[in-house]
Design a protein. Structure first.
Length: 248
């Protein structure tokens, strides 16, 4: 079977939603890759780590594409990106080290909890207090570190955490989505580096693996997302705010 077609299809399918909702797509990509890697008979004890590492590596390209599209319309809060990035990088690197030591079943639990949280954000539409604002200094770094830690262990860019948190602090939804694209980059970059580092020299990895990043899957997914992410980002600025809220 031509697996690159499958990987390309994954990228095309998640790219639009990733661009429109400010997400990296990992929530969808990780279970898809686990399934496909299982079908390809990759070593069972390495499948989830490969899916997590490859997902984060693909989010680097997704975030750059989405960030450029959102920045063109002034929807990126660069002050938030700058203040949160150090905590995101530290938390993400720590998460990759923990993920290497944890058995696969515990990583699966982290992922399920992450997805459950994302679903809960859709169900609950809690309005923030008008006076609430984003924390500054240590408070921002600590919150960002927690987001990075969870995201790296779930193989996702953290948008399902950062967007609700920003909206709870009265950041308008379009700015939250655009800024999330900027926050994805330090998470994905640090996460990819961490999974490459921890996977180097490991036995029983499939050919064309770079640490825990499976390069054929990465190439196909990136090609697909580069096509559809800009479409999604453009749609985010045409869809009514109420509709975006219900979707995110």
């Amino acid at each position: 079977m031509e697996w690159w077609i499958v990987y390309l299809g994954m990228g095309l399918s998640v790219g639009f939603l990733a661009g429109m909702l400010g997400l990296g797509g990992g929530v969808v990509l990780v279970p898809l890759m686990v399934f496909v890697f299982d079908v390809q008979h990759f070593p069972a004890d390495r499948v989830l780590q490969l899916a997590l590492g490859t997902s984060l590596a693909s989010i680097i390209f997704t975030s750059i594409s989405g960030l450029r599209a959102h920045d063109r319309v002034g929807a990126v809060r660069w002050d938030i990106v700058r203040s949160a990035s150090p905590g995101l990088v530290l938390g993400t690197l720590l998460g990759t080290l923990i993920a290497e030591k944890l058995p696969t079943r515990y990583l699966a639990i982290v992922f399920v909890l992450f997805v459950s949280y994302a679903a809960l954000q859709i169900i609950l539409d809690v309005k923030p207090k008008p006076s609430r604002t984003l924390p500054a200094g240590p408070g921002m770094w600590g919150a960002a570190a927690v987001v990075g830690l969870i995201s790296s262990m779930a193989g996702a860019g953290g948008g399902v955490l950062t967007i609700p948190l920003m909206m709870m602090c009265n950041v308008p939804i379009r700015e939250a989505i655009g800024t999330s694209s900027g926050l994805l980059l330090p998470i994905a970059g640090a996460g990819a580096i961490g999974y490459v580092w921890t996977g180097l020299g490991k036995a029983h990895l499939p050919p064309f693996s770079f640490g825990y990043v499976y390069l054929p899957a990465l190439a196909g997914i990136v090609l697909g997302t580069l096509v559809t992410v800009p479409w999604g980002a453009a749609a985010a600025h045409r869809v009514p705010v109420r509709r975006l809220t219900s979707m995110g």
